[in-house]
Write a protein that binds this ligand. Sequence first.
Ligand code: FES
Ligand SMILES: [Fe+2]
Length: 434
Amino acid sequence: MSDINLSNLLDVDRDAGTFRVARRSFTEPQIFEAERAQIFDRCWLYLGHTSELQKKGAFVTRSVGGRNLIFNRDAAGKVHAFLNSCPHRGATVCREPAGNAKNFTCSYHGWVFGADGKMRDLPGIESYSEGFNGSGCADLVEVPRLEQYRDFWFVCFDPAAVALVEYLAGATEYLDLVADQSEAGMEIISGTQEYAIRANWKLLVENSFDGYHALSTHATYFDYLKNMNGVLSQGNVIGFARDLGNGHAVVEYTAPWGRPVANWVPAWGEDRKPEIDTLYQKLVAKHGEERATRIAKHSRNLLIFPNLMIVDVMSLTLRTFFPKAPDYNEVTAWAIGPSEESGWLRKNRLHSFLEFLGPGGFATPDDVEMLEQCQRGYSNAREAGWNDISRGMKKAEPATVDEHQIRVFWQRWNALVQQAQPEQVVEEQVQTKE
Ligand code: FES
Ligand SMILES: [Fe+2]
């Protein structure tokens, strides 16, 4: 990495109130490599939710941070994350996306592993030395770190990383606002959305909590809401952006859509109102009026750095994405809701998951088009070298339509990526920090 040029990726002038990002951050292979080493190999990354592993033996396979993993629950009830690569020669051990298994059998030479990852059997065992696997070298390899917060499981490939709860910092308050939407526990609802975007992953981070593009990019959807509900906004409109520490950030606001957790809108019909009122009153009884209002009626777009977005709007979506190349990233999105939810509300939630957030919905195709246009601009107009992220820079209390939350992400990104640089060069870069 000695010839890597990570200089001046941010251009920040507090006095002038400008914040700019170098467009080569989205295109250069060396920056992409620095991100892999400094961010995806070292930060806590979302893996899955407890509800995906209800029964003993349940498993899902998933690609996280460039590794293929098995996320499973063993016969004793313990949750694991294994590298899905056979300790014998490396073949993929589990080739199913999800299921239930007491054992995993590698299809290359037939080594067998228990759900606890221990090697159980291997063909021709009599030909191995006595005490083979005494060191565990023939067991599945566990990821270095696996921890959970309120049923959200994260992995980290850096054994020396801080504990998950410390890493999450102020984001725990916002994960609580998700987890507390249910008394019985939240659950991932089957029907995962998977799609790819020909754009840099950081453009999707920005877009996922960019409160400023919605009325122009998604004008059709807001027209639709106006037609359905008769009004575009309800009650006092609130909205703010917050830095939650360690690169995590959130926008929290009121919006003109209904929320199945407990925010009724006219389009749902008067006959549905009592059910929603009852849900809301239950939240008030448990959490008090102020917190119940936040849980039920406020929307939130939360970034857990670097690549988990929790989009808690007219539906509740967990979205992760991982770059395969500087100009290509793959997205996975799950709907999550209270496990005790009624059939009608569940239907409504899933409808919104498709209708607005889905890859064929009101929002995502338009967003994808915008992101791909931006990415094309970085290579087709190379002399235009900078993106502007200055909106609301001098405000003490930034609103959701400002870009404070996006600056929080970029500052953390820059601080981590700079660590790929040899020390003497890093010292010259201090002026790039906000
Ligand atoms: S590679 Fe898995 S048994 Fe040989
Ligand atoms: Fe959007």
